[in-house]
Design a protein around this ligand. Structure first.
Ligand code: TPP
Ligand code: MG
Length: 422
């Protein structure tokens, strides 16, 4: 094409997403459409993905904003079980608060909270069997806590101390607990997604009964691994639940950079021919109901489900982050779907199973439980006090027999440290 003809054509341009609210902006979610709890139908667990496409664009809800429950998805859970769920969510929040503080005190180098997202792990764990295999991201500490894993054990990992079952080889919070069917957390985003699908495929090909579930953030859906996982899950109808926690932020990048301006994250399922559900992630009953549905579907060989949990990351990405630099401080309180603990509490009060006094007592108890665990864990050491695993252990556990060159390096390390007086 000659230059003249080119000059008459429209220049190309790129769309660069921009979040609605930046620091200092007044936040207004008035145009945010919250579908009615009665709006989402609950298909049969064997429904074909194409029969239920609308669920990938709507919002499965059970609790309305007044604390009443209803709609086709309302699960049958006793008040005692709901109180247990509430207590586990409160325990996660208390654990997060304490571990955040100890990081500020210099007792560990790093911590990540899941504030505002507790329902997405706790209610999911309640709907799964204890030995269903979980492949979490770094924000699913609630799975371990819902499975009554030892808080002391988790704290020892965070402190990389003498009691750390991972011997200081993982970043703080990157737990691994085979006995709780909780796969080792990886810092490389989305690697757990194809691993979960692979586990589910292996389980099915052996004729076993364990299903798998994995979790990643909405930002992580932009990783290739997420898409490989969806392809394999769809092709082999793997018994797996693919959870996307849409907390609207990926450190300082808003969800628009992972595609949220164009469609929902649950709609990724449509392209792969997978059942897709978009769920109010701050509604513990909706998370429970969706997970229970997907688990039943997987157990009965109807294949995978992709669940988007729509929520809000109420605090910073990690202790290394400062969200006041990139988003409006008002967003958290203005978020129309509220807080998951406050909403379950309100529901329990509405059905006469709970009251403010019991709630305050529960908050005191969980804070005490975390404090006691903290004292126990700190006896085994905190960052910088020397009470960690011996350095020589860093050469162990990779090879069955230590190769000669690692043995040599190990000896050299000991000698050099001795010479340096460490
Ligand atoms: C492959 C890879 N790329 C980038 C990073 C750096 N990183 C760590 S967390 C994160 C944001 C992830 O956001 P999201 O998936 O939405 O999860 P969230 O933190 O919101 O739970 C990034 C970019 C990484 N750890 N791994
Ligand atoms: Mg995110």
């Amino acid at each position: 094409m000659d230059e003249d003809a080119r000059r008459n054509m429209r220049p190309l341009s790129l769309h660069v997403p921009e979040p609605r609210f930046r620091p200092g902006d007044a936040v207004d979610f008035a145009d945010f459409d919250i579908p009615d709890v009665a709006a989402a139908p609950r298909p049969d667990i064997g429904a074909m993905p194409e029969e239920m496409r609308s669920l990938a664009y709507g919002l499965v809800r059970v609790l309305d904003l007044d604390g009443a429950s209803g709609g086709a998805w309302a699960p049958r859970l006793s008040p005692e079980r709901l109180v247990a769920m509430l207590r586990h969510m409160a325990l996660v929040r208390a654990f997060d608060d304490r571990m955040y503080r100890v990081q500020r005190q210099g007792k560990t180098s790093f911590y990540m909270k899941c504030t505002g997202e507790e329902a997405t792990s706790i209610a999911a764990a309640y709907a799964l069997d204890r030995d269903d295999m979980c492949f979490p991201s770094y924000r699913q500490q609630g799975l371990l806590i819902a499975r009554d894993w030892s808080l002391v054990d988790m704290m020892c990992q965070i402190y990389s101390n003498r009691g750390d079952r991972l011997k200081g080889r993982q970043m703080p919070i990157m737990y691994s607990a085979k006995e709780a069917s909780f796969f080792s957390i990886s810092g490389n985003l989305a690697t757990q997604m194809p691993q979960a699908v692979g586990f589910a495929m292996a389980s099915a090909s052996r004729g076993d009964t364990r299903i798998a579930a994995c979790w990643c953030g909405e930002g992580s859906t932009a990783e290739g691994d997420f898409h490989s996982a969806c392809t394999f899950a769809s092709v082999y109808r793997a018994p797996v639940i693919i959870n996307v926690i849409n907390n609207q932020w990926a450190i300082s990048s808003f969800s628009g950079f992972a595609g949220a301006e164009s469609t929902t994250f649950a709609a990724r399922a449509v392209g792969y021919g997978i059942a897709g559900l978009r769920v109010d992630g701050n509604d513990a009953l909706a998370v429970y109901a969706a997970t229970e549905w997907a688990a039943e579907r997987a157990r009965n060989n109807f294949g995978p489900t992709l669940i988007e949990h729509f929520t809000y990351r109420a605090e910073g990405h990690s202790t290394s982050d400062d969200p006041t630099k990139y988003r409006s401080a008002e967003e958290r309180s203005a978020w129309p779907l509220g807080d998951p603990i406050a909403r379950l509490k309100q529901h329990l009060i509405a059905i006469g199973a709970w009251d403010e006094e019991r709630h305050a007592a529960m908050d005191r108890e969980v804070a005490e439980e975390v404090k006691a665990a903290g004292k126990e864990a700190e006896k085994q050491g905190v960052l910088g006090d020397g009470l960690h695993q011996p350095f020589t252990t860093m050469f162990e556990d990779v090879f069955e027999e230590l190769p000669w060159h690692l043995e040599e390096q190990s000896r050299q390390m000991v000698e050099e440290r001795k010479a340096a007086g460490i």
